[in-house]
Design a binder for this molecule. Structure first.
Ligand code: GLA
Ligand code: ZN
Length: 685
C-alpha cells in the first residue's frame, strides 16, 4: 500500500455523533466552538449513522452530513469519514434476516445491536457497497475528508447457512479433495472422516470441537471472509479517490481474526486503547502501560509505519468492572507514550457523552454538564496544544533492531490444542516476558509473524512458536546462518500449518539443529509449583539461579553449550538437564530457553544480549523503576526521545548527554527530573 497522508499533522480528534443531537440544535451549535477550545483538529463522523444516512431502503440523506463536514472544515476541523457498517438500520434487519449473524450455537441474533452481521450475506455486501459508493461520490473529493474509517472494530464470526456454504467453497479451493482435507484434519480419529462436503460445519460448542484442523481453518476462513468484506467496503472508496487512505480500528490483543492479514488491505493501521488504568494498590501503572505499548508496537509493525490511536478515553471507560477516570495529568502521559511507540494521532471516544443508551456514562471530552471548565476538558485542550507542536514527529520512524515473532496462527493453534497445560498455555504471557525488559530499558522492538522478512534485525526472539508455517523455520535458520541471533523457547516447532505434529525430533524443520538441542518431554507445573534454573555457565553476568513456572521442557543437548540446568529438588531427576543453552550456527548464535523463567531472568538476559550484539537502547542509562522510554526519528533525521514516568513518585533519570525539552526549551545537562506520571519529549541539546 502506498503511503498517503492528506493532512500531515498529528491528529487530535474524537468520535463525533451529531445524529444523537439533531433535535437539540443549541447543543450542535456549540460543538465547533468547544472543539476549537479543546484544540481538536479532526472528528470521526458517521460511525453508527446508517439509520440517518439511509432511513429507508434506497432513500439516502447525506445533506446533513455534508453540511456538518463543510462547517467543520470551514472551522479548521477535518473529517475522518466512517462507513456506517458497524451497525445496521432496523429496516434492513427486518426485511433481510440473512444480514443478521448466526452465533456459534446456531442462534440468529435478533434485530438491532452492533458488530453482529454476517460477513457473507450478499444482501449486506450489496447494501454496504451501495452506500459506500454514494458516500465516496459525494465526499471522496471533499477537502474536509482526510481518511476513511471503515466499519468499526470489525469483529466476530457468523455461522449461518451462507457462511457454512462459503466455508465449504473455501475448503474446496484449499484442499481440492475430501481425501486431502481428511488427511489434513486427521479425521480418522473418532471416526470423523467426511464423505461429503455437506457434512462439514463450522465448530459448534454443542458439537465436536475436537477437530483442531477444522477449528484452525475456520479461523482462517473467518479472517479471509472478514478481509473480503472489508475489501468490498473499500473498493468503491478507492475507486473514487485512491488518495484518501483507509483504516479500520483494531482492539487490543483481539484474536478472533488475524489482524496482520487484515492490515494488508489497509493504508494505515489503527487501534482503540482502553486499559484498566489505576487498578493497582500502589499507583504503579507500568504493567498496563507495557501491555498498551506492546500493542502499539504490534500495530505499527504490521505495515512498518506509524499508526493512528483511533480511540481512547479522556477520562474513564464505562465497561470496565470499576470505571476509574485517568488521574490528574495521566491522560497526557498515555498520549505521549502512544506517540512514542508510533502513533500519529490521539483520538477519543467520544466528543460528547450520550444522553441515553449503553454509553451514556462513558467518559467523553464534553460531559452532560456541557462545561468547558472541567479538568478533563482542560487536559484534552492542553494535549491538543502539545500535539500542534509535533508536526515534525508525524510520520517519524521507529528503528528497531530487535524483533519478537508472535504469529497469530500459531497463537490460535497452541491455545486450541489440548495439553500440556489447559486453559493457560501462556504463549502471550511468554511473549510479554520477552517484551517487558526491552520496554523497561528503552529498546525499540518490532513484532513479526511467520510471514515477515527478518532481515535488518539483529536479535530475533521466538517465544513458543508452536506452529511452523510458511517456511518460517528455514527463514529463522537462515537469519542465524547469516549472523543473526535468535532466542528460541520451549513448546516450539511442534505442529505444521494443519496442526499436525511433526513426525521428527522437535523443534522440527531444522530448529532443533539450529538450537543444538533435542526435545525429550514436557513437564507442566500447577499454579504455585516452581522449579529452578541454575546457571552453570554465564555468557555474561547472570544471577546464580532463577525461578521457573508453568511449563518446563526437558531437552537433551545435541551440540549446544549448556548455560543453565534444572534444579527441582526431585532426587529422581538427573541434575544436569539443560534449560538454557547456546549454540553457534553459521555466523550467528541460537539460544534456547526451556521454561517459563521469571521476569528477573529475562531482565538480566535480554538487554545484556542485545547490548553484546551492538543494539543500543534509545538512551544509554539505567531507567528507574516505572520509567520507560522510546524514540522516533523524524523525516529530517532528528531523534525525538520520549520518557514516561508510570509511577506516582517523582523520578530522576541520569543523562549520558544533555537533552532539551522539546516543549519548554529547557536544557537538562545530566539529570532529568520527572514529576509523578510525568512525560517529556526531548531532543539532543
Ligand atoms: C469501542 C467502540 C466505540 C465505543 C467504545 C467505548 O472502542 O469502537 O464505539 O463503544 O468502545 O469504550
Ligand atoms: Zn453468515
Amino acid at each position: 500500500m502506498q503511503t498517503v497522508t492528506l493532512y500531515p499533522h498529528m491528529l487530535h480528534g474524537c468520535d463525533y455523533n451529531p445524529e444523537q443531537w439533531f433535535d437539540r440544535p443549541e447543543i450542535l451549535s456549540q460543538d465547533i466552538l468547544q472543539m476549537q477550545q479543546a484544540n481538536i483538529n479532526c472528528v470521526s463522523l458517521g460511525i453508527f449513522a446508517w439509520s440517518v444516512l439511509e432511513p429507508a431502503e434506497g432513500e439516502y440523506c447525506f445533506d446533513r452530513l455534508a453540511e456538518i463536514i463543510s462547517t467543520l472544515y470551514a472551522n479548521g476541523i477535518r473529517t475522518v469519514l466512517a462507513t456506517p457498517s458497524a451497525a445496521r438500520p432496523m429496516w434492513m434487519d427486518m426485511k433481510y434476516p440473512e444480514v443478521r449473524r448466526v452465533t456459534a450455537d446456531r442462534i440468529r441474533v435478533p434485530l438491532g445491536g452492533r458488530h453482529n452481521h454476517c460477513y457473507t450475506s450478499p444482501v449486506l455486501r450489496e447494501k454496504v457497497r451501495a452506500i459506500n459508493t454514494l458516500l465516496a461520490k459525494r465526499f471522496a473529493h471533499d477537502p474536509g475528508v482526510i481518511l476513511w474509517h471503515v466499519g468499526n472494530e470489525i469483529q466476530g464470526e457468523c455461522h449461518c447457512g451462507l457462511c457454512q456454504a462459503a466455508f465449504r467453497e473455501w475448503l474446496k479451493a484449499r484442499y481440492g479433495t475430501l481425501d486431502a482435507l481428511n488427511a489434513a484434519w486427521w479425521t480418522s480419529f473418532w471416526s470423523n472422516t467426511y464423505t461429503d462436503w455437506a457434512q462439514i460445519e463450522s465448530p459448534d460448542p454443542a458439537g465436536d470441537t475436537g477437530i483442531q484442523g477444522l477449528a484452525l481453518d475456520w479461523k482462517r476462513f473467518c479472517t479471509a471472509q472478514t478481509r473480503s468484506f472489508l475489501e468490498n467496503e473499500t473498493a468503491p472508496l478507492r475507486a473514487e479517490n485512491p488518495l484518501i487512505p483507509v483504516t479500520t480500528n483494531f482492539m487490543q490483543f483481539y484474536d478472533g481474526v488475524n489482524y496482520r492479514a487484515l492490515a494488508k488491505s489497509l493504508d494505515v493501521t489503527s487501534w482503540d486503547c482502553y486499559p484498566t488504568w489505576h487498578c493497582t494498590p500502589d499507583g504503579d501503572e507500568s504493567g498496563q502501560a507495557c501491555l498498551a505499548d506492546a500493542f502499539s508496537d504490534i500495530c505499527r509493525s504490521m505495515l512498518k509505519k506509524p499508526f493512528l490511536l483511533m480511540e481512547n478515553t479522556p477520562s474513564h471507560t464505562n465497561w470496565h468492572a470499576v470505571c476509574r477516570p485517568k488521574t490528574w495529568g495521566f491522560h497526557r502521559l498515555t498520549a505521549i507514550s502512544a506517540i512514542a511507540h508510533g502513533a500519529d494521532s490521539i483520538q477519543y471516544f467520544q466528543w460528547r457523552q450520550s444522553r441515553g443508551g449503553n454509553e451514556k456514562l462513558h467518559g467523553a471530552v464534553m460531559t452532560h454538564a456541557n462545561r468547558t471548565d472541567t479538568r478533563v476538558f482542560q487536559e484534552v485542550s492542553d494535549l491538543g496544544r502539545t500535539l500542534q507542536r509535533l508536526d515534525a514527529v508525524c510520520g517519524a520512524r521507529t528503528n528497531a533492531r530487535i524483533a519478537i515473532l508472535y504469529d497469530p496462527e500459531s497463537h490460535w493453534a497452541v491455545n486450541a490444542a489440548k495439553g500440556p497445560r489447559n486453559g493457560d498455555i501462556g504463549d502471550t504471557d511468554l511473549m510479554m516476558r520477552f517484551y517487558l525488559p526491552f520496554w523497561k530499558s528503552g529498546y525499540a522492538v518490532d513484532f513479526v509473524d511467520a510471514e515477515t522478512d527478518f532481515s535488518g534485525y539483529h536479535l530475533l526472539c521466538v517465544p513458543m512458536l508452536y506452529m511452523l508455517r510458511n517456511d518460517v523455520a528455514k527463514r529463522i535458520c537462515d537469519f542465524v546462518l547469516l549472523g543473526g541471533t535468535a532466542v528460541l523457547t520451549l513448546h516450539s516447532g511442534i505442529a505444521d500449518e494443519h496442526d499436525l505434529c511433526f513426525m521428527s525430533d522437535t523443534p522440527a524443520q531444522g530448529l532443533a539443529e539450529l538450537a543444538g538441542i533435542r526435545y525429550l518431554e514436557s513437564d507442566p507445573l500447577y499454579d504455585g509449583q516452581h522449579e529452578t534454573m541454575h546457571i552453570v555457565k554465564a555468557p555474561f553476568p547472570l544471577a546464580e539461579s532463577y525461578r521457573l513456572e508453568k511449563l518446563c521442557e526437558r531437552v537433551a543437548p545435541a551440540g549446544a553449550e549448556v548455560l543453565g540446568v534444572y534444579g527441582t529438588g526431585n532426587p529422581c531427576m538427573p541434575d544436569d538437564l539443560p534449560c538454557l543453552t547456546r549454540h553457534a550456527f553459521g555466523r550467528g548464535t541460537a539460544y534456547y530457553v526451556g521454561a517459563f523463567a521469571e521476569d528477573r531472568f529475562f531482565a538480566d538476559f535480554l538487554p545484556e544480549l542485545a547490548e553484546r550484539l551492538g543494539v543500543r537502547p534509545v538512551l544509554d542509562t539505567t531507567f528507574p523503576h516505572g520509567v520507560a522510554a522510546a524514540a522516533r526519528q523524524g523525516l529530517d533525521g532528528t531523534e525525538y526521545l520520549f520518557i514516561m514516568n508510570w509511577t506516582r513518585e517523582q523520578k530522576s533519570v541520569n543523562l549520558p548527554y544533555a537533552l532539551k525539552d522539546f516543549e519548554s526549551g529547557k536544557i537538562y545537562q545530566s539529570k532529568l527530573p520527572l514529576s509523578p506520571y510525568g512525560a517529556k519529549i526531548l531532543v539532543k541539546a
